[in-house]
Design a protein around this ligand. Structure first.
Ligand SMILES: Nc1nc2c(ncn2[C@@H]2O[C@H](COP(=O)(O)OP(=O)(O)OP(=O)(O)O)[C@@H](O)[C@H]2O)c(=O)[nH]1
Length: 332
């Protein structure tokens, strides 16, 4: 069985904590005939129990997180409305919870609307000075919560991007390549969308390092990545899984077109002068994805084509034979 994600555990833990703490409060309110708060507590505990079961069974967290934020807000505003402004203290953690559980725009809109409503209530019930202080503290909470939420989401997307990038060349890394190939395998299985891999390997790159040093070798790898990117379509993606090997993944491309692309890249690279006046040649293995083929089998066929290109004297393109669907064993 798959391990539960951190988000799942978090939603389950929050629901469990609320059920355990709110149920005794609800019993106490029923015993003391405090009916308004009793109803609020029962709805609160019941909703949290429902979300706990829903998350536990479906393993989905987006809907429970959104519902949780709405329930927190609705119950807090009901408590303020029915029992008085002293319940406003609950609005501060609820604003924080909304920025944690919802997207920033939705959280901002809901918190501004609820604070306006609370301030309007306070204006009619409290002295002006107290209302002004309440407005200031709630506004500060919203500003800080939105700034923090925006900052952490931007950092999260930056880190997510970096996790899939090769630091030297800016191409996708091994992990990004595996994700990409797996998604193309699923797409091919469902919609038969053609895809080809070009495995590009610099010939005798160790000589560049030996002659000019690794720093220049790094500059050469960087330039090569740029050349490949500049000469492929925006729908083609480039990956480097280490060393002097690159993968071009050409989506929606038939084997003949991928072969033409490989020939073009080999020729352009052969004519380019790289840093330090270096000249390079590349060998390229091309393979088209076959139905029911797993991503590793697909890579292996491109690798075998590349090995053939090296064996035949380098600086050439070799193409793996296109497989018919009945030639492929379903991958495990
Ligand atoms: N500068 C630099 N060199 C690297 C990096 N990663 C691997 N290399 C070097 O790239 C070279 C790759 O060599 P190989 O693929 O084994 O062989 P080759 O010399 O390219 O020869 P063939 O592939 O057989 O044509 C090795 O010398 C590695 O040390 C890197 O990040 N920067």
């Amino acid at each position: 069985m798959l391990k539960r994600s951190i988000q799942e555990w978090l939603v389950l833990a929050i629901c469990a904590v609320f059920v355990v703490t709110v149920v005794p409060a609800a019993i106490f309110r029923i015993a003391t005939a405090d009916w308004v708060l009793a109803v609020i507590d029962v709805v609160w505990a019941g909703s949290m129990a429902f979300l706990f079961v829903y998350t536990f069974r479906t393993r989905r967290t987006t809907l429970p997180a959104t519902m949780m934020a709405w329930i927190f807000l609705a119950l807090t505003l009901s408590a303020i409305h029915y029992t008085g402004l002293h319940q406003v203290n609950w609005l501060y953690p609820v604003i924080l919870a909304m920025f944690f559980l919802l997207d920033v725009k939705q959280a901002l809109l809901l918190s501004v609307l609820s604070v306006c409503w609370v301030i309007a209530q306070a204006y009619s019930e409290q002295p002006l000075e107290e209302t002004t202080n309440l407005a200031k503290s709630l506004t500060t909470t919203i500003v800080l919560a939105s700034a923090f939420s925006l900052f952490s989401r931007m950092e999260q997307s930056r880190l997510q991007h970096l996790a899939g990038v090769d630091a030297l060349t800016g191409a996708g890394n091994r992990r990004a390549k595996i994700d990409k190939l797996q998604s193309l395998v699923s797409l091919y299985f469902r919609c038969h969308v053609n895809a080809c891999i070009l495995k590009v390997d610099i010939d005798q790159f160790s000589q560049v390092n030996d002659k000019h040093g690794r720093v220049l070798g790094d500059q050469v790898l960087f330039s090569l990545a740029q050349i490949i990117r500049n000469n492929t379509r925006p729908t083609d993606t480039l990956y480097r899984s280490g060393g002097a090997e690159f993968f071009v993944v050409a989506e929606n491309t038939a084997l003949g077109d991928a072969t033409s692309l490989a020939v073009k890249l080999r020729e352009i690279i052969g004519c380019t002068v790289f840093p330090g006046g270096t000249h390079l040649t590349v060998s390229i293995g091309v393979a088209k994805l076959a139905k029911l083929e797993g991503s590793q089998d697909w890579i292996n066929r491109a690798e075998r084509a590349l090995t053939k290109a090296k064996a035949k004297g380098r600086n050439r393109v070799e193409v793996a034979a296109e497989l018919n669907d009945d030639q492929v064993q379903p991958s495990s």
